[in-house]
Design a protein around this ligand. Structure first.
Ligand SMILES: Nc1ncnc2c1ncn2[C@@H]1O[C@H](COP(=O)(O)OP(=O)(O)OP(=O)(O)O)[C@@H](O)[C@H]1O
Length: 370
């Protein structure tokens, strides 16, 4: 029998599989206090990765270490397979890393025109090439008309676009973005975010973006690194984090949840909205986390006046969805105040009897921490 031909991809040096950035076991301390603990993740070429987490969890510290603005105290950084920095080893200085930086405050040079701000990092190019490159980026970001303007005459959103164009001008392989949209009002933020994502994908740059906003992370990221207190809690695609959370913190970080508790019996935990299957051990106490959109609510006619139905406490229209406050009653006497989110306008009267059931894909069971 003949052997299958060996594919060229199986050769020992597999450049196609090379990561753009590898972060391995990074730890960082300020005055002996731990800020980052044993953090590892990768970025593929052209991939947008978001560092997501609450304030103070170490996101900016990590970004600054990758940029070379903080030394590596413990761990390793590799860029395109080459060591950038490691514990107690001289590191490649920031200006020799192929990274572009864009921070919350755009920090444009006030005495330079928009065009000169964008060409600033292109000194090694000829004047014509430099101008062409800058104008190309200004066009991609819809800012061509402002080439001769000075930064103080631009709005915050326009300045942010120029900062992005300046960071992208030298064609860095990796963009580092620290809350670059947080100083913009909501509508402008949506637009600049959208522009940024399209430009990053068009130029094929990898990106590490810091944000504390889960919706922003889901909008921007190919993958999310979710952090808490200096540690990585879960790494995955937005869908994996939202639909397959590995920790209660992951569920709660992505929005409000209803929290129920119960004891597992024969593979089920009985809640005020019915039994929930679980593979947690029998007899163990568990928490059942249910997203408001994971509750299905149907109005029913109450045939018996004393029948103990779940009922509506209050209903509010929030725009695209309606929020119902419910008093839910289980068959075994459990009672809970729950929030349900229904699409469109659904505003039953106070006291309206309802049947409440669960969408299993929005229900997550975890052991109760002892
Ligand atoms: N230069 C510093 N000196 C001392 N402590 C610092 C310094 N920079 C950050 N820290 C501390 O390290 C921890 C992580 O801070 P870091 O700025 O990395 O968090 P973050 O997740 O980016 O927060 P935020 O979203 O609020 O910017 C915090 O407890 C912070 O107080």
């Amino acid at each position: 029998m003949s052997q299958p031909a060996r594919s060229p991809a199986a050769t020992p040096v597999d450049t196609a599989a090379r990561k753009l950035l590898e972060v391995r076991g990074l730890c960082h301390y300020y005055d002996g206090q731990s800020a980052v603990s044993d953090v590892s993740f990768d970025i593929e070429p052209g991939e947008v990765v978001c560092l997501l987490g609450p304030s103070g969890c170490g996101k900016t510290t990590l970004l600054r270490i990758v940029a070379g603005l903080e030394a590596v105290q413990q761990g390793e950084l590799h860029f395109n397979g080459e060591l950038l920095a490691a514990t107690d080893r001289a590191h490649v200085p920031p200006e020799r890393r192929s990274v572009g930086l864009a921070f919350q405050e755009s920090a444009l040079f006030p005495h330079l025109s928009v065009l000169d701000n964008v060409t600033f990092g292109l000194q090694q190019m000829g004047a014509r090439q430099r101008n062409e490159r800058a104008r190309e980026l200004l066009e991609q970001l819809g800012m061509t008309h402002y080439a001769e303007s000075f930064p103080h005459t631009l709005s915050g959103g326009q300045q942010q676009r120029i900062a992005l164009a300046r960071a992208l001008a030298p064609s860095p392989q990796l963009m580092l973005l620290d809350e670059p949209f947080s100083s913009l009002d909501a509508r402008l933020r949506d637009r600049i975010r959208d522009d940024t994502l399209h430009v990053l994908k068009k130029v094929g740059a990898g990106a590490l973006l810091v944000t504390h906003d889960p919706e922003e992370a889901m909008f921007m990221a190919d993958r999310i690194v979710l952090m808490r207190e200096g540690r990585v809690v879960q790494v995955g695609t937005p869908q994996q984090l939202y639909c397959e959370p590995t920790d209660p913190f992951v569920v709660t970080f992505f929005g409000e949840v209803n929290c129920l508790e119960g004891v597992v019996s024969n593979g089920y935990v009985h809640t005020s909205v019915g039994p929930v299957a679980t593979d947690q051990p029998d007899g163990s106490r568990v928490q059942v986390l249910v997203r408001p959109e994971g509750l299905r609510v149907v109005e029913i006619a109450s045939t018996q006046p004393h029948e103990h139905h779940s009922h509506v406490l209050m209903a509010r229209l929030l725009g695209r969805t309606s929020l119902l406050h419910l008093c839910a009653h289980g068959t075994e006497g459990q009672e809970a105040h729950l929030h349900a989110r229904m699409p469109g306008v659904f505003l039953p009267e106070e006291g309206q009897p309802v049947q409440v059931s669960l969408d299993p894909s929005q229900v997550f069971v975890f052991p109760v921490a002892t």
